[in-house]
Ligand binder design. Structure first.
Ligand code: SAM
Ligand code: DTB
Ligand code: SF4
Length: 329
């Protein structure tokens, strides 16, 4: 990971484009309320101060341990609390993961993200994921893991193995959180995030919209994310993928323009972070995705699958990039 490049993009305090960590709820709500064109214009200005607006970072996901998760996240097809079509699988072998990473690199991904349906990693399984980090790095890819909660020693060991990013989402506002998850607290999540940061691993942290939350919850989630110091390096904004058998299968569809607004506000609040247009692209038109890029989204998950649900295929994304003159990096 090139720390210098990330840091130099951050702006100096007092200079135009300096980063703020004290965004107030009313200010964030006022951004959401701007006329759509004004909001997108502002987001684009901010985006161009920190990034090449025609570059999109691409990461490929792999579920290294699928299903059977003891947590009760209401959106998640991998929870044992919900009856879904996901069949639980054991932790993958290191060689199979390395093979998948090679294929992702050949297809053009720069980062390989490995996800496990765990509350937290334990014992020999943790040793194996550490080996996965070491081996995937050797393939010339950036590495990312999402394994649930970590303790200090685990965060340190992943850092030592050379892990570039750790994904751990806040998912929603502190106010709405209890409607979605009861088996771990908001504070548990904040604690894991500070352990990851303290270990020197880049933080990937965002949430999900379209779970029946109100705009005030989206404002509050973004307030939480933008008050982290430093801002998360990568901010995934997921549109809920409604999966049969999960309690959120029947959640009402969110107005797509509200999704675009959420991305634009995230871009304005966290100008130097990669804002990731994450889950939900398979259900979006190309035109809606183009609006998301105009709003300042500059990274995506690339490849046929997210963890257990479908993502647009790589050929489709390559064509979309060509049509929009976007460069995958
Ligand atoms: N078990 C680990 C954890 O929750 O920290 C890591 C894997 S978990 C599947 C990673 C993230 O995927 C969740 O935090 C959530 O934001 C997102 N996610 C899971 N199911 C989703 C869905 N149906 N739609 C959108 N995002 C989803
Ligand atoms: C994130 O915020 N979104 C990705 C990644 N981090 C791990 C996962 C999306 C999962 C969507 C549901 C599924 O495929 O199981
Ligand atoms: Fe488990 Fe993660 Fe799914 Fe929650 S989101 S049920 S922790 S796999």
């Amino acid at each position: 990971m090139n720390h210098t490049a990330t840091e130099s993009a951050r702006g100096e305090p007092g200079q135009p484009g300096a980063l703020r960590f004290d965004w107030r709820r009313e200010e964030i709500a006022a951004l959401f309320e701007l006329p759509f064109n004004d909001l997108l214009f502002r987001a684009q200005q901010v985006h161009r101060e920190h990034f090449d607006p025609n570059e999109v970072q691409v990461s490929t996901l792999l579920s290294i341990k699928t299903g059977g998760c003891p947590e009760d996240c209401g959106y998640c097809p991998q929870s044992v609390h919900h009856e879904t079509a996901v069949e639980p699988e054991k932790l993958m072998d290191v060689e199979a993961v390395v093979e998948a990473a090679r294929a992702a690199r050949r297809a053009g991904a720069s980062r390989f993200c490995m996800g496990a349906a765990w509350r937290n990693p334990r014992g020999k399984a943790f040793d194996r994921v550490v080996e996965m980090v070491e081996r995937v790095r050797e393939e010339g890819l950036e590495t990312c893991m999402t394994l649930g909660m970590l303790d200090d020693a685990q965060a340190a060991r992943l850092a030592e193995a050379g892990l570039d990013y750790y994904n751990h989402n806040l998912d929603t506002s502190p106010e709405f959180y209890g409607e979605i998850i009861t088996t771990r607290t908001y504070q548990d999540r904040l604690d894991t995030l500070s352990r990851v940061r303290d270990a020197g691993i880049n933080v990937c942290c965002g949430g999900i919209v379209g779970m029946g939350e109100g705009r005030a919850d989206r404002v509050s989630l973004l307030e939480q994310l933008a008050s982290q110091q430093p801002h998360p390096d990568s901010v995934p904004v997921n549109m809920l993928v409604r999966v049969e058998g999960t309690p959120l299968d029947t959640a009402e569809t969110l107005d797509p323009f509200e999704f675009v607004r959420t991305l634009a506000v995230a871009r304005i609040l966290m100008p130097a972070s990669h804002v990731r247009l994450s889950a939900g692209r398979e259900q979006m038109s190309d035109e809606l995705q183009a609006l998301c890029f105009m709003a300042g989204a500059n990274s995506i998950f690339y490849g046929e699958k997210l963890l257990t649900t479908d993502n647009p295929d790589a050929d489709h994304d390559r064509r979309l990039f060509e049509r929009l003159g976007l460069r995958p990096v």
